[in-house]
Design a protein around this ligand. Structure first.
Ligand code: NAD
Ligand code: MG
Length: 399
């Protein structure tokens, strides 16, 4: 029996994870479920899955959840705050941690799971962008198995001939790999006239053509910052250099990514765009588990198209590439500025095109340092957020 903690269980990835777990009650037991502020969905999950613990980062929401659980006679123990998130991620009775909090908020609990040597299913890409070096080093030292949940990285992982876990620092060349190809759908605005981009609404940005996801990653997919973050994520996970990773637009999202070998072979992983496939892959490894995902019908899919990425339309991809090349805490600064800008866009305080402008302004003005510790990374994150809020105010005042 594998005991599982889901960090961010009420989100899109969290719900898909519970769906897969529920199909295999003989294999998995839910140890802890966690959420931020909305206690009602967590209450429903607690009643359905009876974990040992439920954690809310917000103490007032936790109190409401506690009372509601008591009223329904449930024995689930409710905790709150970051320390509690860390505790359920590193608890000695936990085998597997699904890291599915969105953004930098997942940094400490996910790092705690790695340091406790867990099998860590990593959806929360932002933490790897912020502190990839520290995560991969800690995974090696503490014997944690980091398994990529991001569909692209899970696809690449499936196409690599790895005998052991990631984080062993094997060079791609040693595996005969000449290139990693990350596919990108291009999001909802791939073909929108450039002149209309500034007018798009949060609702339009969140309406992804192929995937159903949380609001932040949906906006990231529309700006292509998601691919920028994934590019950095791929470099850390697979020990790749920037020039080893290519991004190609593939609007159907059927090929989830590819690996090219020196002999000319290109291996791809295909499937319907449903996150339960990578989740089931990582939960079951080395076995394959039924996931509930509809089978791919190639005849119905009919076409697989590819095109080059237009960096004029998607300047966030360029910003991410530059941050990766500059190194240090630049990726953490990029990520923090992006989180602030996306939140402001979702709150209708910023136009779509301004997201990239805010990030560029922050990257130009916040000094990068060596990401020697989690503290240094958090400090860079904090400074970048302060600077981003100033830039957001300046830009929105002009509108
Ligand atoms: P979501 O917004 O649907 O869910 C986020 C979860 O995190 C919720 O349970 C929420 O309660 C929790 N959370 C949010 N802020 C928090 C905070 N400050 N403290 C503690 N908990 C907090 O997001 P999602 O779409 O499920 O994405 C989760 C992560 O997975 C993101 O990093 C995203 O990039 C990544 N990811 C998602 C998908 C997808 O299909 N949704 C695909 C690939 C990667
Ligand atoms: Mg992805």
């Amino acid at each position: 029996m594998q005991r599982v903690t889901i960090l961010g269980s009420t989100g899109s990835i969290g719900v898909s994870t519970l769906d897969v777990l529920a199909r295999h009650p003989e294999r998995f037991e839910v140890f802890a479920l966690t959420a931020a502020t909305r206690w009602q969905p967590l209450l429903e999950q607690c009643l359905a899955y009876t974990p040992q613990y439920a954690v809310m980062s917000d103490p007032r929401a936790a109190e409401q959840l506690r009372q509601a659980l008591q009223r329904s006679g449930s024995k689930v123990e409710v905790l709150s705050g970051t320390e509690a998130l860390v505790a359920v991620a590193q608890d000695s009775s936990v085998d597997t941690v699904m890291a599915a909090i969105v953004g930098a908020a997942g940094l400490l609990p996910t790092f705690a799971a790695v340091k406790a040597g867990k099998r860590v299913l990593l959806a929360n890409k932002e933490v790897l962008v912020m502190a990839g070096h520290l995560f991969m080093a800690a995974a090696k030292t503490h014997g944690a198995q980091i398994l990529p949940i991001d569909s692209e990285h899970n696809a690449i992982f499936q196409c690599l001939p790895l005998a052991g876990p990631l984080a062993q620092g094997i060079a791609l060349a040693e595996l005969g790999v000449s290139k990693i190809v990350l596919t990108a759908s291009g999001g909802p605005f791939r073909q929108l006239p450039l002149s209309q981009l500034s007018q798009v609404t949060p609702e339009q940005a969140c309406n992804h053509p192929n995937w159903s996801m949380g609001p932040k990653i949906s906006v990231d997919s529309a700006t292509m910052m998601n691919k920028g973050l994934e590019f950095i994520e791929a470099c850390w996970l697979f020990n790749a250099r920037a020039r080893d990773v290519e991004v190609v637009i593939h609007p159907q999202s059927v090929i989830h990514s590819m690996v090219e070998y020196v002999d000319g072979s290109v291996l791809a992983q295909l499937g319907n765009p449903d996150m339960r496939t990578p989740i089931a892959h990582a939960l079951g490894m080395p076995e394959r588990l039924p996931s509930g995902v509809e089978r791919l019908d190639l005849v119905r899919s009919a076409r697989l198209d590819f095109e080059a990425l237009d960096e004029e339309r998607f300047p966030c991809m360029t910003l991410a590439r530059q941050a990766a090349e500059r190194g240090g805490t630049c990726p953490a600064i990029l990520n923090a500025a992006n989180e602030e800008a996306v939140a402001a866009f979702l709150a209708s305080q910023l136009q779509f095109n301004d997201i990239a402008q805010v990030i560029a302004a922050v990257l130009d003005s916040v000094e990068s340092a060596e990401p020697v510790s989690l503290d240094a990374v958090q400090q860079a994150d904090l400074s970048a957020r302060q600077r981003a809020r100033v830039a957001i105010q300046q830009i929105s005042a002009k509108q």
